[in-house]
Each structure stands twice: as structure tokens, then as C-alpha cells.
Design a protein. Structure first.
Length: 265
């Protein structure tokens, strides 16, 4: 299933590569348009579960319809769609989308929600975009700026962004190695952009996500020069029959290496 769009070398198909620029641009376009749709919905509906459910449904319908038109030969995995692996098993090109990441925040009226659009080629991230419409942030793997690999802070403090509701169990280990300042956010895309923007040094998560939660954030982070892995330092796999994704660690390379060392103690 899918088309190679003239590129067959797996090593070239990485976030930020010129070979994936066209797909990164499409991911950005679709994330932005979905965000505009959701902002309009938020403006005309009262807070609550009905707004949340409508946002999930409307964003999913728009994204999957556009991908079917723009990339008809590619497979799609959406949080709100069918999870039957037969529809995507063995797909060469697979779009992984979270039409509304942080849907409960959207329903309540906060700005901590986003849209994720990512492309996986043969099980590896190739391109992605993250939109945080409430704050006007939009980044994609083709145009994101590079994050300097600055050393650890002189005072030994690390700003670690974690879930508001489910801080990772590994946080205690990290706090024994560093002086930690927590930066709490509610959505995976928001936490990843906190590292890109310098609000946080590290995004640490365990306890489970799904591929649609982190595919686009990981693609953007990797394209920006950050290290984005599982918490044991291994590559995060994508395109599996079971889309469960246990944990992640995103940081600039120097900090990432220090975190891995601390977590292995």
C-alpha cells in the first residue's frame, strides 16, 4: 500500500530531510486547517462534554477526508477511527493523526489542546506537524528551527515537563540526580513545544500513551535536533498492530544523555 514518491532510501526518510519536505508541508497545512475548524467550533459552543465529543468527531472527519483526497494510496491511523490493524498492516506509508490531542481541555475551554499529523514510512517517523491553536503555535518537521545543544545548567536545575494528572514514576529517580523544577502541562504536543521553546529542558513520560499522542511531537522534536526516544534510549516504534506506546524522553542531546545515565542507576 502507498507510494514511495520517488524516494526509496530509508535513511533519507527522516524528519527534517529535504526528501520529506512535501509531506511535512502537507502535515502543517492539515494541522493548521483542523485547528481553525476547532477554534470555530469552540467559539460557537458552550463548554462541556458535547463540545469535546463534537471536536473529536469533526476534526477526525476533516483530517481523514483530506488525507483520502491528498494521499489516496496511504494508510491512516486516527485516534477516533478504526483500530483494526488489518486496515494498515504492512503499510509502506502510514499517516498517524490525533485530530484533537487534549480533548478534555478543549471541552473545558483551556488552551492546552492540539492537532497532531505525522507520516511514518516503513515503521519510522518521516514527517510531522503540531498545532496548538489556542496559543497560535504551529510547527512542522520541515521548517522547525534548530534547538542549540547547550550544556546542563550551572545550577544543576532541570525544568522537566510532565503530565498534570499522571507524573511519571521515574520522576523520583530524576529528582535524586538533579534539582528538578516541574513544568506541568496536559497534552503531549504542548509538553513537546515547551522543550522546543525553552520553557522546559526535558519531557519525560511513562505510564502509557498511543502512537497518535506522540508521533507528530516526536517528529518535530527530532527535526529540531532534539533526542526523542523511549526512556531506555531506544527508538520508539511506529506502525505496529497494537498502537500502545509506553514511554518517551525528549531533550536536547546533552541533557538526554544525562537523563539516561540517571535513569539507569
Amino acid at each position: 500500500m502507498g507510494e514511495d514518491r520517488g524516494v526509496s532510501t530509508a535513511d533519507v526518510l527522516t524528519p527534517g530531510s529535504p526528501a520529506t519536505a512535501e509531506d511535512a508541508a502537507l502535515a502543517r497545512e492539515l494541522a493548521a486547517a483542523t485547528g481553525e475548524l476547532l477554534l470555530a467550533l469552540r467559539d460557537r459552543t458552550p463548554p462541556g462534554r458535547e463540545r469535546e465529543y463534537a471536536g473529536d468527531a469533526d476534526a477526525h472527519e476533516y483530517l481523514t477526508r483530506e488525507l483520502a483526497l491528498r494521499r489516496p494510496d496511504d494508510a491512516v491511523l486516527s485516534e477516533e477511527g478504526s483500530l483494526d490493524p488489518r486496515r494498515r498492516h504492512g503499510a509502506h506509508r502510514l499517516w498517524i493523526v490525533d485530530p484533537l490531542d487534549g480533548s478534555s481541555g478543549f471541552g473545558r475551554g483551556t488552551d492546552e489542546w492540539g492537532v497532531h499529523v505525522a507520516l511514518v514510512v516503513d515503521g519510522r517517523l518521516a514527517a510531522g506537524a503540531v498545532a496548538i491553536p489556542g496559543t497560535g503555535e504551529l510547527v512542522d518537521s520541515g521548517t522547525v528551527g534548530q534547538v542549540p545543544d547547550t550544556p546542563l545548567p550551572d545550577d544543576g536545575e532541570l525544568a522537566v515537563t510532565v503530565s498534570r494528572s499522571r507524573p511519571p514514576a521515574e520522576l523520583r529517580t530524576v529528582e535524586r540526580a538533579f534539582r528538578v523544577r516541574l513544568v506541568k502541562h496536559s497534552a503531549a504536543g504542548v509538553k513537546t513545544l515547551a522543550v522546543l521553546d525553552g520553557e522546559a529542558d526535558v519531557y519525560l513520560h511513562s505510564g502509557g500513551q498511543y502512537e497518535w499522542d506522540n508521533a507528530a511531537p516526536m517528529a518535530v522534536a527530532m527535526a529540531a535536533g532534539l533526542r526523542a526516544t523511549r526512556i531506555d534510549g531506544t527508538e520508539v516504534p511506529y506502525g505496529r498492530d497494537d498502537p500502545y506506546s509506553p514511554d518517551l524522553l525528549i531533550a536536547r542531546p546533552t541533557v538526554h544523555a544525562a537523563m539516561l545515565e540517571a535513569l539507569r542507576r
